[in-house]
Structures are given as C-alpha cells and as structure tokens.
Design a protein around this ligand. Structure first.
Ligand code: SF4
Length: 242
C-alpha cells in the first residue's frame, strides 16, 4: 500500500538535506555520472536537486518513439525551466523496422516475448549507448513502487552495463515525493493528475483506479511480476549508498 501521507515541513527539509548529500557523495565517488530521467514525478525531484545544486551529472532520456505527447512536451518545458539540455537516445530505425516486420507495430500486446523484444529495441539498446563510458548512473526508483522493486538497494553493481547504479530515492514515500514537488513548484507531467502515477510509452500505460497498485497501469495485461521493461533488472550485488 503506497504511503501518501505528507511529511511535516521539518521532515521534508531533513529528507531533502539527506538527498542532496547522497547526490553530492555520488559525484565525489563517481565520474562521469549520468541521470536517466523518464520525466516521471520521482525523476522530477532528482532533476530539481541536480539543477539547483549544479551537480556535475548529465541528464538523458530514452525517446522510444512511443512516448505520450505530454511527456514530449514536458522534456522541452524542463529544458527551458532549468536552462539545461536533456540528451535523447532513440532506437535504431532499422531495429524498429525489423521489429514491426516480425511482430507488427503494436505486437507487444500479443505475448511477453513480443513485449520484451519491443522494450529491447526501443529502450534497452539505446540505454546501452547512453551508459557507455559512464562510471555510474542514477535512477529515480523507489522500493515501494511495486512488487518488482521491493528490496532494491540504494547502490548496486550493474553487471550488464559495467557500472554502478544508484537509486537515491529508494526509501522515499509517494507522500514525500509529492510534498517536495509542491513545496518547490517543480514542473511535472499533467498525466499524473489524470490517474497515471507511473508513465511510460503511450500504448503500454493506462490510468489506474483508486486502490490499485501504482504500477498497475504499466503493461496492465501482464502479471505484476513481469511488469518491468528490463531497464531495472536486479543487480548482481547490492550495497549501501556511497
Ligand atoms: S513500453 Fe511498450 S511501446 Fe514502449 S518499448 Fe516497451 S513494449 Fe514497446
């Protein structure tokens, strides 16, 4: 059950100080370091802190070619708001063409294998390019987001890409995230106000109803245990935050 209780201003300020220190420690420990933003609300918390504190962390996003128009508009709005550039990594056109030829443009609805193949082409391969040459990457994962994320560590070795993976919001609650967004008037995706707590590609994301798990709207036709795109496979070893 998501914890939506808002913290007191003092509690929020303490969480914020802790987050800033976590990110600063990450910058001291690793270079170069990048932040993978999907423009979701957790990622907006990190964007605000990274930009405000002028931390030496590059921002990138995976432009899958199937993102909602609201997300595409938010990328540009965030760039203007913070005067930054978010690097877009898109799938290789020939790989998309091969996928469409084999499965059809929306073939991901037909089987888990077809869905994973689409995520591989549109997300995983571009992610590999984005992480090449980096020492660490930062994500906005929270352990409370879904059954697939319970037990995640704040720092873990990403063996597949050969770098550290850092999740400084790992122990934040949904209530803390939204309290931060409101306290600092951080821009966010308007889809969140339309029942989308978790936002991915348009054809694979739906609004949820009251009482549903916050990731129930992602690949809703699959079982909860399979609802990850492969970007966040459990790492080989987990470790405390730097
Ligand atoms: S989320 Fe859906 S559209 Fe996006 S890459 Fe995965 S299967 Fe393809």
């Amino acid at each position: 059950m998501a914890d939506r209780r808002a913290p007191t201003p003092e509690q929020l300020a303490a969480r914020e100080r802790e987050l800033v220190e976590r990110l600063r420690a990450s910058c001291r420990a690793y270079s170069p370091i990048v932040f993978a933003t999907s423009l979701g609300v957790e990622d907006m918390v990190l964007t605000e802190v990274i930009c405000r504190e002028r931390l030496p962390i590059g921002l990138f996003t995976l432009d899958t070619g199937r993102l909602p128009t609201e997300t595409l508009a938010l990328i540009e709005r965030v760039e203007r708001h913070y005067d930054i550039r978010i690097t877009r990594y898109a799938p290789r056109p020939e790989a998309v063409a091969d996928y469409v030829r084999e499965y059809g443009i929306d073939g991901f609805y037909d089987s888990i294998a077809a869905r994973r193949a689409c995520c591989r082409v549109r997300k995983l391969e571009p992610l590999g390019r984005a992480l090449a040459g980096q020492a660490a990457w930062i994500t906005g994962l929270r352990a409370a987001q879904s059954v697939t994320r319970v037990g995640l560590a704040p720092r873990a070795w990403d063996a597949e890409h050969g770098l550290e993976k850092l999740s400084p919001l790992i122990d934040w609650s949904e209530g803390e995230v939204w309290a931060f967004i409101r306290a600092h008037q951080v821009p966010y995706n308007p889809l969140h106000d339309q029942g989308y707590p978790s936002i991915g590609c348009a054809p694979c994301t739906r609004a949820i109803t009251v009482g549903e798990d916050i990731r129930a709207g992602r690949w809703w036709w699959e079982q909860p245990e399979t609802r990850e795109c492969g970007l966040h496979r459990r790492a080989e070893h987990d470790a405390p935050s730097p």
